[in-house]
Write a protein that binds this ligand. Structure first.
Ligand code: FAD
Ligand code: NAD
Length: 479
């Protein structure tokens, strides 16, 4: 086989592997280089998302939710079980099986679509050549008309709390604990801190989250964040806002067990906390270590992200970049859509990604989801808007499920009624947001959603009623 390809993707995360499959569908000769090794040391395609991100975290969230409900909320249904226990090796083993199923699934998709995988570290050389260093150190060079950089991201490390995989954890090791830590400290009340903090809290860990900022979930709508904060408190997540970590000292006891002594400052001065494990989840950075030879001409911005234009082009002939390694939200679906768009642009077609309607979902309980603008963004931009909202407490299905918490809030243009943003917290909102994204993509109005028949009794009625409420005509609440 010739080593000249139409496109080489470096990175087989959701940005790179999806782009590679789309490029192959379009008749291009495609290679995909990825260095990720699974627990067995073999290549594990799918990147952060499939190996140590979206999929394993959702597997553990689901198992831990079932356990938590069995212990705390099944009794209202008249269901009881004696002495419920969690077997952590089975809990982690189930997650590992799901990861293997999906990483193997990407390998099968590559085979079916004739994408050639290479296992090793890829480095872009001048002239669209890629040097691959395999895990045994062997090197080879392949070349292509186009190279797409999809090298993803890695967790940010704090200089005074370096990851050791034992006491101070990143996302990967927090998804792989051998037992439930008695006390878990989390630095950062962002998406990972809340999701993985919830997992271990539901299994009985005492979880304390230290967040540097004074506001909880600043990126979310404040009404939504308020409900979520209240519910997380009920779960027993101790969230300390305005808490700035100063020190994290690991102390190893004579029995080789370790604890982490934390020193942090909040509004009341210096505080200390001792935990058995510490998860540091203070954000992620674009990963470009060893990716670019010095003379490629590809530029990085002040945050280390690969600089691209609105078409994900780096400005170097035939070199593109997508996913977490470039600007924009670090979300799997954002990267995948960029991968598809770049494949289509390379094939001479009309690719497209609408950054205005990318949904955000936090898979806690209650779930949090939003798309489009917040009220603050609309106010800052001077855009007139109206608000409709509807609580899940008045939704029959949510009450029947014993999950009647939260609300849907819809923002529509005050004059045109076009939906500008939708913000939700409550049961199943990770799925409900899709309807709103479709409506926004079609430039729909709140009246459009209000006039659409929604099945009864479903959670989607909360979206319907919120749309009616924009025009002060919700049926099942006062307006
Ligand atoms: P990545 O998935 O990071 O993949 C990049 C790949 O490139 C990796 O396999 C890496 O090994 C490889 N690579 C890097 N450099 C090289 C090189 N030089 N040569 C060869 N290979 C290289 N997002 C969501 O949308 N929903 C979620 O629910 C969600 N949950 C998450 C939970 C956790 C715990 C974490 C950490 C992240 C989560 N994310 C979630 C974010 C999501 O995982 C990322 O946005 C997504 O994986 C980015 O995709 P990517 O393809 O750009 O990069
Ligand atoms: P994040 O940006 O979501 O949250 C990091 C939090 O840490 C912020 O609230 C920040 O203020 C805080 N922080 C930063 N430095 C701190 C310090 N020194 N002390 C205390 N707090 C500090 O980052 P993350 O949770 O690490 O997740 C990274 C990214 O991964 C997310 O932004 C998201 O793009 C992606 N992700 C998405 C999902 C999802 O879609 N459900 C799940 C997990 C991760």
């Amino acid at each position: 086989m010739s080593d000249k390809f139409d496109v080489i993707f470096i990175g087989a995360g959701p940005a790179g592997y999806v782009g590679a499959i789309r490029a192959a569908q379009l008749g291009l000769k495609v290679a995909c280089v990825d260095a990720f090794a699974g627990k067995d040391g073999k290549q594990a395609l799918g990147g952060t998302c499939l190996n140590v991100g979206c999929i394993p975290s959702k597997a553990l969230l689901d198992s831990s939710r079932q356990f938590h409900n069995l212990v705390h909320s099944f009794d209202v249904h008249g269901i009881s079980a004696d002495n419920p226990r969690i077997d952590v090796p089975t809990f982690i083993g189930r997650k590992d099986k799901i990861v293997k199923q999906f990483t193997g699934g990407v390998a099968a998709l590559f085979k079916a679509n004739k994408v050639t995988p290479f296992f090793g570290k890829g480095k872009l050389l001048k002239g669209n050549q890629v040097e691959i260093t395999s895990p045994d150190g062997a090197k080879q060079v392949i070349s292509a008309t186009n190279v797409v950089l999809a090298s993803g991201s890695v967790p940010i490390e704090l200089p005074f709390a370096k990851f050791d995989g034992k006491a101070i954890l990143d996302n990967a090791s927090a998804l792989d604990l051998a037992e439930v830590p008695k006390r878990l400290g989390v630095i950062g009340a962002g998406v990972i801190g809340l999701e993985l903090g919830s997992v271990w809290r539901r299994l009985g860990s005492e979880v304390t989250i230290l967040e540097a900022l004074p506001d909880f979930l600043g990126a979310a709508d404040p009404d939504i964040a308020k409900v979520a904060q209240r519910e997380f408190k009920k779960l027993g997540l101790e969230i300390k806002l305005g808490a700035k970590l100063g020190k994290a000292d690991v102390k190893v006891g004579p029995d080789k067990s370790s604890v982490v002594h934390l020193t942090y400052a909040d509004k009341d001065g210096e505080q200390s906390l001792v935990v058995d494990k510490l998860l540091v989840a203070v954000g992620r950075r674009a990963y470009t270590d060893g990716l670019l030879a010095a003379d490629t001409g590809v530029k990085l911005d002040e945050r280390g992200r690969i600089v691209v234009d609105e078409h994900c082009h780096t400005g170097v002939d035939g070199v593109w970049a997508i996913g977490d390694a470039v600007r924009g939200p670090m979300l799997a679906h954002k990267g995948s859509e960029e991968g598809v768009a770049v494949a289509e642009w390379i094939a001479g077609k009309a690719g497209h990604v609408n950054f205005d309607t990318i949904p955000w979902v936090i898979y806690t309980e209650p779930e949090i989801a939003w798309a489009g603008k917040t009220e603050k963004e609309l106010k800052d931009a001077g855009i007139p808007y109206k608000v409709g909202s509807f609580p899940f407490a008045a939704i029959g299905r949510a009450v029947a499920m014993n999950e009647a918490v939260g609300q849907v809030k819809m923002l529509a243009h005050a004059e045109t009624d076009r939906i500008l943003g939708v913000h939700m917290v409550g049961p199943g909102v990770s799925e409900l947001i899709a309807e709103c994204v479709v409506a926004m993509e079609f430039k729909g109005s709140s009246e459009d959603l209000a006039r659409i028949v929604h099945a009864h009794p479903t959670l989607s009625e909360a979206v319907h009623e919120a749309a009616l409420s924009v025009d002060k005509r919700a049926i099942h609440k006062g307006n």
